[in-house]
Design a binder for this molecule. Structure first.
Ligand code: SF4
Length: 387
């Protein structure tokens, strides 16, 4: 597989015909300017509007009943509250729900609600498609179409709140949906600030997880934001050679770990490694040994996840038993790891699958469907004895 440059690519914002602004993407000064333009320039109007948007979760300006009719009409000419529509909703037997949200320009993204007792997590997308193109993932198969706007990211959280309804409150946000969040840095950060604000959703900074395949410059920049976000590094391979095969953005692991160390030193937040176990590709004892060495360097926890197969891609899900053996091997080497349960495996759980099954997707190219290089995958038979 050819490797690609790792600079965040610049991708356009939506070019749909509706030029009205998206109120869910506005910080307070922008909202104040919008209200003034609509003839409601009193200070208290901002608080009223925020209350309607985030506490009462109205879907149109018309529902803001303490605003004069003329102001409501003018607001509706200038802006919209919701931009997307739900193209499809799938419910898993384990309670997980996945939404496919369509935007007016034809792009669509997936958003997932994961209920777990008191905890309600929204897994949100940051881009339409993904520029990274990890070999095992459905989201990046057709590349990236565009960045999501700030409002489109906030809107996903609002739609999940609508699903949760009276069952509780949205408590956690993970940027693990479609896209590489740090390649859409400004919009993702602006959305986090709205979701975190007391006047917005009021979700604590420590309840956010930004998951990235790793852009060292952006990781350092994130460290300097004075936010206490969780950072998850999608490692998926414990050495550069295998990682290059799986993740075409070619950043040496040492460089990634240096930026993660900087993140930890600046924020005091531990970094987590995400590691999708791919049968006989990255799940052998030697991989566990190398992964353990990397995790110890950073005192990182490891989240293991058994792969959810994607039709047409040459990867398989390892057995539960082999995943437990892998985890045990990490534990024997002093590394704390969690084997995450695959939620929603009956609803095309792997990121990007629902969109692919719903839209007319381009065929998978032979290069993507080909097994990874035998030289990288080859390994002596596993003994499963600690080395
Ligand atoms: S795993 Fe994440 S970074 Fe990789 S292609 Fe899928 S969405 Fe993009």
């Amino acid at each position: 597989m050819p490797t690609l440059p790792v600079q965040p690519i610049s991708v356009a914002v939506p070019a749909d015909a509706d030029a009205r602004s998206h109120v869910l993407g506005m910080a307070v000064p922008e909202l104040r300017a919008l209200l003034a333009q609509a003839g409601a320039d009193q200070t208290y109007r901002v608080d009223q509007c925020l209350d309607w948007l985030y506490a009462k979760r109205v879907e149109s300006f018309d529902q803001m009943l303490n605003f004069p009719r003329g102001v409501r009409e003018r607001l509706a000419e200038l802006a919209v509250v919701y931009r997307g529509n739900i193209v499809r909703e799938s419910a898993s037997s384990d309670g997980t729900k996945k939404l496919l949200i369509g935007w007016p320009d034809g792009g669509s993204v997936e958003t997932v609600w994961i209920p777990d007792g008191e905890r309600h997590t929204a897994c949100v997308s940051s881009q339409v498609g993904c520029p990274v193109g990890c070999r095992f993932c459905a989201s990046g198969i057709n590349g990236v179409q565009r960045n999501l706007t700030t409002g489109e990211i906030v809107e996903q959280a609002q739609l999940i709140r609508r699903l949760i309804g009276s069952r509780g409150r949205l408590s956690n946000i993970v940027f693990m949906g479609m896209g590489e969040p740090l390649a859409n840095y400004e919009n993702v950060l602006a959305a986090i600030r709205i979701l975190n604000a007391p006047w917005g959703l009021g979700i604590g900074a420590r309840k956010f997880t930004v998951s990235t395949v790793g852009l060292p410059k952006q990781i350092r920049r994130l460290a300097e934001e004075d936010l206490q976000l969780n950072l998850a590094l999608s490692l998926h391979a414990p050495d550069d050679e295998l990682r290059r095969e799986l993740i075409p953005w070619d950043v040496p692991i040492d460089e990634l770990l240096d930026s993660c160390r900087y993140y930890f030193d600046r924020t005091g937040r531990e970094v987590t490694f995400e590691y999708v176990l791919l049968h006989e590709v990255n799940d052998r004892p030697r991989h566990a040994d190398r992964l353990a060495a990397l995790a110890r360097r950073l005192r990182a926890n490891v989240n293991l996840l058994r792969y959810n197969p994607v039709e047409g891609l040459p990867f398989q899900r390892p057995t539960a038993e082999s995943a437990y053996r892998f985890q045990e091997r990490l534990r024997e080497r002093g590394v704390n790891s969690h084997l995450r349960t695959s939620r929603g495996s009956d609803i095309a759980a792997a990121c990007g699958q629902l969109r692919r099954s719903t839209t007319v997707a381009a065929p998978i190219s032979p290069a993507v469907a080909a097994p990874i290089s035998p030289a990288v995958a080859a390994d002596p038979p596993a003994t499963d004895q600690p080395g």
